[in-house]
Ligand binder design. Structure first.
Ligand SMILES: [Zn+2]
Length: 72
């Protein structure tokens, strides 16, 4: 995958979770990590599955791209 910022090729890897799902929560619903544990959000990882999500990294731009098409 090409970095949308610098157009260089990105590195493929995974973000690997621990015991809980990583979640994306809208900025206006964000109440901090402890309360967010009980809130709904888009799950990035699933601890009942591999608990990993395929991720592309650009080290120069310090950006990551995550594909969430079947995780919503
Ligand atoms: Zn880049």
């Amino acid at each position: 995958m090409q970095c949308p910022f610098c157009k260089m090729e990105m590195e493929k890897g995974v973000i690997s979770g621990d015991r809980y799902s990583l979640k994306w929560i809208e900025e206006d619903r964000n109440k901090g990590a402890i309360i967010n544990a009980f809130k709904r959000g888009i799950k990035i990882t699933n601890p009942w599955g591999t608990n990993q999500v395929e991720t592309y990294l650009c080290r120069d731009c310090k950006k990551m791209i995550i594909d969430i098409e079947d995780l919503i």
